[in-house]
Design a protein around this ligand. Sequence first.
Ligand SMILES: NC(=O)c1ccc[n+]([C@@H]2O[C@H](COP(=O)([O-])OP(=O)(O)OC[C@H]3O[C@@H](n4cnc5c(N)ncnc54)[C@H](O)[C@@H]3O)[C@@H](O)[C@H]2O)c1
Length: 385
Amino acid sequence: MTGDRLGIGVVGLGRWANWAHLPGWARDGRCRIVAVCDTDAGRAAEAAGRYGAVAVTDYRDLISRDDIDIVDVVTRDSEHFGINLAAIEAGKHVLSEKPVAHDHHDVRRVAELARAKGLKTKVGFTFRYSPAVRYLKDMISRGDLGTPFIYNAYEQNSQWLSPQVPLRNRERGGGGPIRVASLEGYGAPVIDIGHWLMESDLTSVVGVLRNFIPERLVAETGLMDRVNIDDADIFIGEFASGALCSVQSSFVTVGNYPGIEVRVYGSEGAAIARLVEEFGICETLKTAQPDDVEFREIEVPAEYYPPGGSPRESWRTLYYANLTANFASEVLGEIPGNEGSFTDGLWVQEVINAVEISHHERRWVSLPLDGEPLDAEPLDGERGN
Ligand SMILES: NC(=O)c1ccc[n+]([C@@H]2O[C@H](COP(=O)([O-])OP(=O)(O)OC[C@H]3O[C@@H](n4cnc5c(N)ncnc54)[C@H](O)[C@@H]3O)[C@@H](O)[C@H]2O)c1
């Protein structure tokens, strides 16, 4: 703590850090951005100037500071694991952008190390922190929808519909077997929300990955190349509770950001949270009762918004302000438990890996993948339930 405020260190100062993370921390009076790090010295200096922080270019110089309580990792996907591991080894609470690591064995390793050290972790599952989704969670928990039967979800928009929009391909190789892309980037958030809302683990999945746009402009080379990635996918699954799940994700489908819709159908009612920026509104929540059948829009109570927030704000700052505030409350012990933790990230990564196996072997795949329970001794409130 610096004074009576949590010290925050942000690593990786690209687009997403500037759109969502840094504004979220800056909006919270309990937090102070102490240091910022980017391998690009100019980016580090620019953010440091804006937030009154120290600039560094080596994340180890940030992690080693005594005045930092939370390390926030917003680098490229391939960098997350190493920085997460180093930060947890140094005794810091960690917020990591997804994925915590590409392989679920690595996610398990950092999740277990954090638990052993009594540290809180959080994955950048942005959409769990949408006011509409959080209100829906409370409605389900208090029984408004009765027993949940079915969870339907999609995340899809047209971000890479044009092959001319550069895609970073370093980690994805050219040809060869199809590799996961949309499922990890776009499927992950709605897998997480389903797990959280339905309060049950998926026990089996079957799915298909598809590459609709074979050639793309590769950011690293500036050339068109064969890029065999999943730009669309669909899977279905069974929850331990007996409920059913369907998930569809794509970044080559016409529609606006963030492009999420989640639906829960229960014995007493149903609800649809639509997180698509349309006509200046970033989200809506609709519900229906068995007697009236029609879905009607309902108002999300003010307490689900960050200070000054509204559905007319950008979803990026709105949701992230809720996420960073929630993590600060957990680290300060103002609320119990640790929702959306690396353990939740582990579960999501296992589901992604299971769908990949299902696609390649064209069969149902059982979860958990190693036949082990994910969390033998859960901390109070962990796994986000
Ligand atoms: N949760 C969400 O909704 C959401 C949305 C967008 C992006 N993201 C994630 O956020 C992350 C960042 O995405 P972006 O679009 O901002 O990328 P970006 O390329 O714009 O920014 C990444 C930054 O990290 C810096 N960097 C790279 N390696 C570093 C290292 N070892 N140490 C310090 N800095 C380093 C780069 O110089 C760059 O400034 C990605 O993992 C992405 O998947 C999440």
